[in-house]
Design a protein around this ligand. Structure first.
Ligand SMILES: Nc1ncnc2c1ncn2[C@@H]1O[C@H](COP(=O)(O)OP(=O)(O)OP(=O)(O)O)[C@@H](O)[C@H]1O
Ligand SMILES: [Mg+2]
Length: 254
């Protein structure tokens, strides 16, 4: 299954979720590839890749049309492969606009290697750019991570509408796998109320798993490690493993 991690709002834990969900799936024995689509390349940095070593990156495949296979690299997390992001992706929309099949470049790049993996996780930039459209075309399903906050809730409504529009435009089958509540802080008064609103409205489209606020998740990237290499007993590690199990179960049902 190819899963895009999408939210046009910044800082909703897309990258944290992409990296640690990918790692959790690997721990459960799935062959997993993480593709970093963001020009900030936060997922690549989180996996311990230094800026000078980003190339060759996803830009070579999506923008320059090179084969993805030689761009894939192993990571410190056993069994987890990575395609790095690149600052070159900042101009992806401009470059893509002039290319034929501009919405399908990522799908075409992934196609030859998709059989090599059980899961391919796409970490998207905080926008609904042509790149995110590429991600939705390539993916079977998408996950929307969001903290339970008022402004994020407002954003969620807009995002769902925009996603439907994209769907209608491209006629693809990418479905919502689930909304993931992240950075859940039960010490805040409004948290329960907003979680209630989201769960009431989106029902079983919201993952049962919630990722609570966990400083270990913030620290791990600075060591270039996933949460499982950094602190396996942390609440963040437990949550992302639980999420991986929920997804594997959902996948079997679908
Ligand atoms: N469960 C959590 N508890 C505490 N902090 C978290 C948690 N999840 C993510 N964070 C922190 O929140 C910040 C934003 O997370 P992250 O970079 O994963 O979001 P993003 O959606 O990928 O951001 P962007 O939109 O910039 O790509 C980071 O500093 C990250 O360490
Ligand atoms: Mg990110």
């Amino acid at each position: 299954m190819i899963i895009a991690i999408i939210n046009n709002k910044g800082g909703t834990a897309k990258t944290t979720s992409a990296v640690n969900l990918a790692a959790a799936l690997t721990i459960q024995g799935a062959r997993t590839l993480l593709i970093d689509l963001d020009s900030q390349a936060s997922a690549s940095l989180s996996m311990g890749i230094e800026r000078a070593a980003f190339a060759p990156s996803i830009a070579d495949a999506v923008l320059a049309g090179k084969s993805l296979k030689p761009i894939i690299r192993k990571t410190g997390a056993e069994g987890l492969d990575l395609v790095t992001g690149s600052p070159d992706m900042a101009e992806a929309d401009l470059t893509l606009a002039n290319l034929t099949g501009r919405e399908r470049r990522l799908k075409a790049a992934i196609e030859p290697i998709r059989g090599d993996y059980d899961f391919i996780i796409l970490d998207c930039p905080p926008s609904l750019s042509l790149l995110s459209v590429n991600a939705m075309v390539a993916a079977d399903a998408f996950i929307i991570p969001t903290p339970p906050e008022y402004l994020a809730l407002e954003g969620l409504v807009g995002l769902m509408a925009a996603v439907q529009k994209i769907h209608a435009g491209i006629g693809d089958k990418c479905r919502l796998l689930g909304i993931l509540l992240t950075k859940v802080d039960h010490r805040r008064k409004v948290t329960e109320e907003i979680i209630g609103i989201i769960r009431n409205h989106y029902k079983d489209q919201v993952f049962k798993t919630e990722v609570g606020v966990d400083v270990r998740l913030v620290e791990a990237p600075s060591f270039g490690k996933t949460i499982f290499e950094y602190d396996r007993s942390s609440s963040g590690a437990v949550a992302y493993l639980q999420l991986a199990r929920e997804i594997t179960r959902k996948g079997k049902k679908a």
